[in-house]
Design a protein around this ligand. Structure first.
Ligand code: NAD
Ligand code: TYD
Length: 338
């Protein structure tokens, strides 16, 4: 089987590529633009494998996408490429809409023209919006996006579904909860807090820190995507959750305890505009239809993640140089404290 992966140099995409090469017989072609979030260092473990090939390109580039899909004739496309960060989408929505919506359209068109046999569109629980406890979103829940990021993902989900309904393109959609693990860019909650804690810098908690997220270890997510790729039904949506809901403050406190740093590092800062209070989802459908279930317990996964960041300080230093500083100043510079 040959899989065309988009965004395979990012956090989850690179974990998926390492898993697909390491644990299956599949060949992988990785199409990635290498934005600030894309890093070929994440793929050193597979780069010399004859079943792996990297193509530098933009999913919005119609000609490039068309020729890759035409020439490679993949058995499946697994589409990760996205601008994936809510805060950046608030500061600068244009690239988010361009890549997440327009880029998905470009890929769907190429898949339609060249009759790709399977198209897995990787999406997020954020499309369901904020849910009151004890609700858990099933795949039937309405879309209720709050940020430009989640709206762009909800839009691309609908577009992907329309290609199934209208053109019979074999599309499957996955919606995962918040991922964590090695190689995550330190703009997201867990790696940002780990990096700051290591340096005794303030840990910026938005608002009251009582927003709830469901945490999914990245390898559990990738196994879920492989399960959907192998056994999912065409045209269906599959939630992939970690079954571990926690308020942000709990996550930060656990992380400080594991790094041996004091809680006095916590800074309550101005909240994110439009901040969703609570995400929660049911993965019952995926568990019922495949053998998949999340296996990583949060405390073990968090400790493992912290150890990875400790052992890979040079990786962190490289990705935090240059552009990261500009972003950090823009997002946190004027936030003040609450
Ligand atoms: P990431 O930001 O770490 O990586 C994104 C990758 O896409 C990078 O390698 C980047 O270079 C590439 N990319 C961006 N724009 C591109 C373009 N125009 N053309 C080609 N490549 C491009 O993202 P991630 O956290 O690994 O997320 C991957 C996917 O999973 C996204 O679709 C995201 O919406 C979804 N998702 C993420 C989470 C999470 O917690 N991170 C949860 C659920 C779903
Ligand atoms: P994030 O990792 O950006 O993921 P998402 O917004 O996609 O859920 O944020 C996770 C939660 O952590 C979210 O409620 C926002 C909060 N957060 C902070 O409190 N401080 C921060 O510096 C960041 C990046 C996030």
């Amino acid at each position: 089987m040959k899989i065309l992966v988009t965004g395979g140099a990012g956090f989850i995409g690179s974990a998926f590529v390492r898993m697909a090469i390491g644990q299956t017989d599949a060949g992988v072609v990785n199409l990635d633009k290498l934005t600030y979030a894309g890093n070929l260092e994440n793929l050193t473990e597979v780069e010399s494998n004859p079943r792996y090939r990297f193509v530098h390109g933009d999913i919005c580039d119609e000609q490039a996408v068309d020729s890759i899909v035409r020439d490679e004739q993949p058995d499946a496309i697994v589409h990760f490429a996205a601008e994936s960060h809510v805060d950046r989408s608030i500061l600068s929505p244009e690239p988010v809409i361009q890549t997440n919506f327009r880029g998905t359209f470009t890929l769907l068109e190429a898949a339609r023209r060249h009759r790709t046999p399977r198209f897995v569109h990787v999406s997020t629980d954020e499309v369901y919006g904020s849910l009151e406890a004890p609700l858990e979103a099933t795949e039937q829940f309405p879309l209720n996006a709050s940020s430009p990021y989640s709206a762009s993902k909800a839009g691309s989900d609908l577009l992907a579904r329309s290609y199934f309904v209208t053109y019979k393109l074999p599309v499957l959609i996955t919606r995962a909860s918040n991922n964590y693990g090695p190689y995550q860019f330190p703009e997201k909650l867990i790696p940002l807090m780990i990096a700051n804690a290591f340096e005794d810098r303030p840990l910026p908690v938005y608002g009251d820190g009582m927003q709830v997220r469901d945490w999914l270890y990245v390898d559990d997510h990738c196994r879920g995507i492989l399960a959907v790729l192998g056994k999912g039904r065409e045209g269906e949506i599959y939630n992939i959750g970690g079954n571990r809901s926690l308020p942000n403050l709990d996550v930060v406190q656990k992380l400080l305890a594991l790094t041996g740093k004091p809680e006095s590092l916590i800074r309550y800062v101005t909240d994110r505009p439009g901040h969703d209070r609570r995400y929660a989802l049911s993965s019952e459908k995926l568990m019922r239809e495949t053998e998949w279930q999340p296996v990583m317990d949060f405390e073990t996964g968090l400790a493992r993640t912290i150890e990875w960041y400790r052992a890979n300080a040079a990786w962190v230093a490289r990705v935090r140089s240059g552009e990261y500083r500009t972003y950090y100043e823009k997002n946190y510079g004027n936030r003040g404290s609450e």
